[in-house]
Write a protein that binds this ligand. Structure first.
Ligand code: GTP
Ligand code: MN
Ligand code: MN
Length: 350
């Protein structure tokens, strides 16, 4: 499916990001950085559509086989709109894009970035705080801003959680969890997903997927694993969520673009012993860890869904729906037309 041949008048490229090879290192870093800054800023303003447009344009550039030197080389590539072209042209001609530089210097962007980097703070909360005149982390404390338990933990470990997690650290946490599951339920497998599974050398957290080869055995596993880790003083914060899949009446309706899945999961902060790096003096560092439990029958979909990137997943689901009339999520892949027939049937008979 992949097509990256250089043609006269531009590059040719498959329209969906999930059809393209997107290497970790690519040759158009300054361009993608500029576009991703604008994508982030659009997200901060609640303009999801605009944010997606910039993300798409950046994704196309990441798949180019070489460094872009003129806008003409791009040709009529899919997914790069007017605005993105203007940004690309500015960066190619002047090395920077004035609009992007303005955004980076703006008080709103900087404050939104500062606040959304707190674990548990999303765009809505950050935006409200900004509106209320809050600008710094100290402001949050001094003005007695009401924080959730999660945000309190996020603030307490702000520096650690915004220091990249190295692969070695991710592997060490993975081993600790492995040890815990062997105690609680031997045979359970622990798989490192997220950015590390894509080969990234560092990440913002550690995503671990748990499953057991015998269906049903995984029930109740997470709370036992978390309790054991906690008893070993490995956990600084945790917040678990039950599996809500069984509570559903039927499969998600086609087009239901729910990014959240329904697996039992635990959003946590681990206390990782370290020898070097920022936490060296203390001897430990706080690391964000996501633990997700999938029944074996759904494991392939869970693994696919939790490997990312976010944009790759979005495009994969869009491809399934638009090109195959199928629904893909972290639980299953199915024919959307058949499901609607089933739903109509269930609806008729109450
Ligand atoms: P870094 O952690 O920054 O290295 O990047 P990452 O790609 O690992 O990002 P993140 O940990 O946020 O998410 C990893 C993958 O899991 C992404 O593809 C997300 O789309 C996916 N993911 C995160 N949260 C959820 C969720 O609640 N449900 C589902 N289905 N997927 C999720
Ligand atoms: Mn991750
Ligand atoms: Mn994660």
């Amino acid at each position: 499916i992949e097509s990256r041949h250089r043609l006269r008048g531009g590059w040719q490229m498959a329209p969906y990001a999930c059809q393209r090879r997107t290497p970790l290192l690519h040759s158009n870093q300054p361009l993608t950085e500029a576009l991703e800054t604008l994508a982030e800023e659009a997200g901060f303003s609640g303009s999801e559509g605009r944010s997606l447009a910039f993300t798409r344009a950046a994704s196309v550039l990441k798949a180019l086989p070489g460094r872009l030197s003129t806008l003409e080389e791009l040709g009529p590539l899919p997914g790069i709109g007017e605005h993105s072209r203007r940004v690309i042209q500015d960066v190619l001609e002047d090395g920077v894009c004035a609009e992007v530089e303005r955004v980076k210097l703006s008080e709103r962007y900087q404050t939104m970035k500062l606040f959304t980097k707190i674990f548990g703070v999303g765009v809505r909360t950050a935006s409200r705080w900004y509106q209320e005149g809050l600008r710094t982390l100290v402001d949050l404390q001094e003005r007695g801003t009401k924080l959730t338990r999660q945000q309190q933990a996020g603030l307490r470990h702000y520096d650690d959680l915004n220091t990249p997690v190295e692969r070695g650290e991710a592997e060490s946490i993975s081993r600790a969890v492995q040890g815990a599951v062997q105690r609680c339920l031997p045979g359970t497998s622990v798989t490192l997903a997220g950015g590390f599974r894509r080969g990234k050398p560092h990440g913002h957290d550690v995503d671990l997927l748990l499953t057991h080869p015998e269906a049903g055995r995984e029930a109740g596993l997470l709370s036992r694993v978390v309790s054991w880790l906690d008893s070993q003083d490995l956990i600084l914060y945790q917040h678990s969520q039950e599996n809500s899949y069984a509570l559903q009446e039927g499969p998600e309706p086609p087009g239901g673009r729910d990014v959240m899945d329904r697996f039992e999961r635990c959003f946590s902060i681990f206390r990782l012993e370290v020898q070097g790096g920022p936490g060296a003096a203390r001897g430990w560092k706080a690391v964000r860890v996501d633990l997700v439990v999938a029944p074996i029958s759904q494991f392939p979909f869970a693994l696919l869904g939790w490997t990312g990137s976010r944009h790759f997943e979005r495009e994969l689901r869009r491809f399934a729906s638009h090109e195959r009339k199928m629904v893909l999520n972290s639980h299953a892949l199915y024919d959307s037309r058949r499901v609607w027939q089933l739903w109509a049937y269930v609806g008729t008979w109450g």
